[in-house]
Design a protein around this ligand. Structure first.
Ligand code: PEP
Length: 242
């Protein structure tokens, strides 16, 4: 039985005070959210501690946006799994296209981060997806299969979430057609050894398109950037109409 997982990725937005303000508004909308939907906020490191203290054991879980493969060491600017779990973090985004594009993340480092996250007790959300040029050249499947093959070496697929995020749809308002996202996610699933891995769609998910996206049989959730920054907007997404 595959889980339904709705996750917000705040990227580098919100101070600690802004994060707490968001939480106040957001939780008030979750009373009727079906229990079987997992709701995660992947926030900047600086907001993790105070959000964690204010979740009140509620149904919102916390995620970080990256994790290093060592527990500690001379890695300036990095953060480790034990540091995150101590703060009450349960999830971590790994291999987001912005990390791959702007910070030199490779499939090898993504693989190391995934394994460290799992060893440290975190559930990673692995992001894969093609560029516009790769899609136009008919290389979508080959690119994603290559990412999966390299990223998932020795990764435990019983503690994993995957997000299919076509790069051309991230932050552009240009959502991937729901049926096409469903098709690609089906192909991703065909490459996994565990058919129960939840696979999310990410890329300009909004209150206005979430119902259609979540109606697709292969799509188990959403990874949401811009539309997760406003409490009402993200609440409408997690309360999508099934
Ligand atoms: C993301 O940051 O992973 C993302 C999908 O962003 P957006 O929803 O803004 O396209």
């Amino acid at each position: 039985m595959r889980k339904t997982v709705l996750a917000g990725n705040w990227k580098m937005y919100k101070t600690q005070a802004e994060a707490l303000e968001f939480l106040k508004g957001f939780v008030s909308h979750l009373e009727d959210t079906p229990d079987e939907r997992d709701v995660i906020l992947c926030v900047p490191y600086t907001a993790l501690g105070s959000l964690s203290k204010n979740l009140h054991g509620g149904r919102v879980r916390l995620g970080a946006q990256n994790v290093h493969w060592e527990d500690c060491g001379a890695f300036t600017g990095e953060i480790s799994a034990p540091m995150l779990t101590e703060l009450g973090v349960d999830y971590v985004v790994v291999g987001h296209s912005e990390r791959r594009e702007y910070f030199g993340e490779t499939d090898e480092t993504v693989n190391r981060r995934l394994k460290a996250a799992q060893a440290g007790g975190l559930t990673p959300i692995l992001c894969v997806g093609e560029t516009k040029a790769q899609r136009d050249a008919g290389e979508t499947e080959a690119h994603i299969f290559s990412q999966l093959e390299q990223d998932l070496v020795d990764v435990d697929q019983s503690k994993l979430i995957i997000a299919y995020e076509p790069i051309w749809a991230i932050g552009t308002g240009d959502t991937c057609d729901a049926a096409e996202a469903n098709r690609v996610i089906g192909l991703i699933r065909s490459k996994l050894s565990n058919p129960d891995v939840p696979i999310q769609y990410g890329g300009s998910v909004k209150p206005t398109n979430v119902d259609e996206i979540m109606a697709q049989p292969e799509i188990d959730g959403a990874l949401v950037g811009g539309a997760s920054l406003e409490p009402e907007s993200f609440a409408r997404i997690v309360n999508y109409k099934a």
